[in-house]
Write a protein that binds this ligand. Structure first.
Ligand code: FES
Length: 125
């Protein structure tokens, strides 16, 4: 059965500043919209683990361990250009730009089409 999609205005561009987010209800769905390096990304607010409200979780930079060629650890590095969102229920973490869990590639968020025009931001759900 075909599904109908709805294009919905969610607000002025300023509602999602750089590094920020907006969580909105569109019809029966809740959508999280994020801005990273000027670009918008939108995901359904459903964690791939057990359906938690992932888009309302903490936003953190990607953390990587710095290991030298000999295998010795030199602590952690924080990559602000690749922010992650952490589900508040059990801590599953997703790259905001890809929607993919960094350690479990099968765990992915559901992408929502998002566009920005002169009058603001639209999603299609
Ligand atoms: S529901 Fe998101 S981590 Fe479990």
């Amino acid at each position: 059965m075909p599904t109908t999609q709805e294009r919905a205005y969610v607000g002025a561009s300023g509602r999602v500043p750089e590094g920020g987010r907006l969580v909105v209800d569109v019809g029966e769905k809740t959508i999280g919209i994020f801005r990273v390096q000027g670009r918008l990304y939108a995901w359904q607010n459903i964690c791939a683990h057990q359906g938690g409200p992932v888009c309302q979780g903490k936003m953190i930079p990607r953390v990587t361990e710095v290991i030298d060629p000999g295998g010795e650890s030199h602590g952690f590095a924080f990559d602000e250009s690749h922010p992650h969102i952490v589900c508040p229920w059990h801590g599953f973490e997703y790259d905001i730009q890809t929607g993919v869990h960094p350690g479990r590639p099968a765990a992915q968020l559901i992408r929502v089409a998002v566009e920005e025009s002169e009058d603001g931001i639209y999603v299609t759900v």
